[in-house]
Write a protein that binds this ligand. Structure first.
Ligand SMILES: C[S@@+](CC[C@H](N)C(=O)[O-])C[C@H]1O[C@@H](n2cnc3c(N)ncnc32)[C@H](O)[C@@H]1O
Length: 525
């Protein structure tokens, strides 16, 4: 059988678009259901386990160990199927229109309660297979809905990355594709994002736009910040090569700007100013493609977030939790698991702008806050300046913990630029050469508590090894990826650690993503 329409520019010989009828089996990590065709596994998107569907094969090959496919018609629907709330991400509507859906809401056709049950199945399967934990170890409800969540799972994103189409329209990518399709709306985002009217703005001259909406007093959004990525930017798809430096007030790097407003680095300043003028409701900044510095165009190049009594400045594309309630929900999970921390020594690793550091230091802990992205670390220093018991360290966690040199491993686990739910951050910034000075930031001794909240890749093996070698009394692990989470729990369990609590939160409704939490303790010595 000759099969092979491959998205993302790859194609197989003898291409033909092939459609198959399949019975959909269980859910798999990554948002697919698992089906079989002539004995071969087919990962199917936009279905629900138990459905009978017609799919279009999107990636295949005679020798491929598995194929990928998208549902284009439902022959026997699950009772949990519902109309997709976002037209551009609706696979069935896209198939009818002869196109493909954008990514980012691959569970939108599923009733929210069933979405959470599917996420539980994924988490249970991962922690069983990779960490040897059984389903009874997972408390109910295994994936907790956010209090006061919209019933359809809409209006939660406070961070959105838009790409730009060849003709300058705001757009997004289909799953596993480099194509950019225009989008008119983004209903997963807080209403302030659509209210900017980006769909009416000519974005020619920029490659990407990140929108950050601070939580605001009512939790639904203050003045948004647009970060523009000039079209010449070498976009970072690697592990954490992007860091950004100090903000340049009003800086437009104008040296060498030609009469058309384009500078030596190819940044089209006239386009940046035109876009800023077209979005009067937002502060606007741009990220220098060479310097990785944030330049303010209008207003402050940061937003101010509030969590409880504390305020946090988050600059440019610095990391902040994406769901409007995520900071509260995760802070409560950490607080509930740890109990009183007054007088304890805490290391907050992968600390971002200092969310957990602020919480724990305000509760009386002596906190060291470690973050690799320069801008996020600068934000943390400012955000935590009123707390004398906090030390902010800028650097790679593996280096901070000391231990043996990297020995040729890849860069520290930077927060890969993804288009997933955790976008809107700067990558972890230490480059490989820094690993040759492994003890430069080594901590003096074990901590009472270590909090880790790594990017999707999870903990670098050196980090796990070092925590096992110099264990804290307790480890609180916050994770946005169930597979790396389960792998890391497995590594700790193999070393004799106990997992006391596993919780999971539905902080990414209408997507397959979930946030997990565990409290671990090392073996007694
Ligand atoms: C998931 S975010 C968590 C941030 C913070 N805990 C919060 O909740 O706001 C992960 C953070 O780790 C940082 N990071 C990624 N790789 C790192 C590394 N190797 N060392 C230190 N920080 C790193 C990223 O820049 C990002 O700010």
């Amino acid at each position: 059988m000759a099969v092979g329409l491959l998205r993302g520019g790859r194609a197989l010989p003898g291409d033909a678009v092939n459609e198959l009828e399949l019975a959909l089996g269980p859910i798999a990590h990554g948002g697919h259901t698992v089906a079989r065709h002539e004995g071969r596994v087919v990962f199917v998107r936009h279905g629900i386990p138990g459905e009978r569907v017609r799919v279009r094969v999107t990636e295949a090959g005679p020798t491929a160990s598995f194929w990928r496919a998208d549902v284009v018609a439902v022959l026997e629907a699950s009772g949990d199927r519902r109309p997709h709330p976002w037209p551009e991400a609706d696979a069935l509507a896209a198939a009818d229109a002869g196109t493909v859906p954008v990514g980012g809401a691959e569970f939108g056709h599923i009733a929210p309660a069933r979405q959470r049950r599917l996420k539980r199945e994924v988490l249970a399967e991962q922690v069983h297979r990779l960490a040897g934990l059984d389903a009874p170890d997972l408390p109910e409800p295994a994936v907790e809905a956010v209090p006061d969540e919209d019933p359809a799972g809409l209006h939660w994103r406070t961070r959105v990355t838009f790409d730009v189409t060849a003709d300058g329209r705001v757009g997004m990518h289909p799953h596993r594709s480099d194509a950019v399709l225009p989008v008119a709306t983004m209903p997963l985002a807080v209403p302030a994002v659509d209210a900017l009217g980006l769909a009416r703005v000519d974005l020619t001259g920029v490659a990407r736009v990140e929108v950050a909406v601070p939580s605001g007093p009512d939790g639904r959004g203050g003045r948004p910040l647009l970060t523009l990525f000039p079209a010449t930017s070498e976009l970072d798809d690697g592990d954490g090569a992007v860091t950004f430096g100090p903000v340049e007030r009003g800086g437009t790097a104008r040296a060498g700007v030609d009469r058309a407003g384009v500078d030596e680095a190819g940044v089209d300043h006239a386009a940046l100013r035109r876009i800023a003028a077209a979005v009067p409701g937002a502060s606007v900044c741009w990220l220098g493609p060479v310097t990785h510095r944030v330049h303010a165009l209008r207003g402050e190049p940061w937003v101010t977030e509030r969590v409880g009594e504390r305020r946090y400045r988050v600059t440019g594309d610095g990391f902040w939790q994406v769901h409007r309630r995520a900071p509260d929900v995760l802070a409560a999970a950490v607080r509930d698991a740890l109990g009183p921390v007054d007088g304890l020594t805490v290391h907050d690793l992968y600390a971002g702008a200092g969310l957990f550091s602020g919480l724990l230091a305000a509760a009386g802990a002596a906190v060291t806050s470690v973050e690799a992205a320069r801008g996020a670390s600068a934000d943390a220093a400012l955000n935590l300046a009123d707390l004398p018991a906090v030390t902010v360290r800028h650097g790679d966690v593996a280096r901070y913990l000391g231990g043996p040199p990297a020995g040729g491993r890849g860069r520290p686990g930077g927060n890969r630029r993804t288009r997933g739910p955790r976008q809107g951050r700067a990558g972890g910034g230490q480059r490989r050469g820094d690993d040759r000075r492994p003890d430069a930031l080594a901590i003096p001794g074990p901590a009472d508590v270590v909090v880790v909240d790594p990017p999707r890749v999870g903990l670098d093996r050196r980090v796990t090894d070092r925590l096992i070698a110099v264990p804290p009394a307790r480890l609180a692990y916050v994770s946005c990826d169930p597979a790396s989470f389960a792998r890391d729990l497995g590594r700790f369990r193999t070393a004799g650690w106990q997992v006391h609590t596993v919780r999971a939160f539905d902080l990414y409704p209408n997507t397959h993503h979930l946030e997990s939490f565990a409290l671990l303790t090392p073996p007694r010595r």
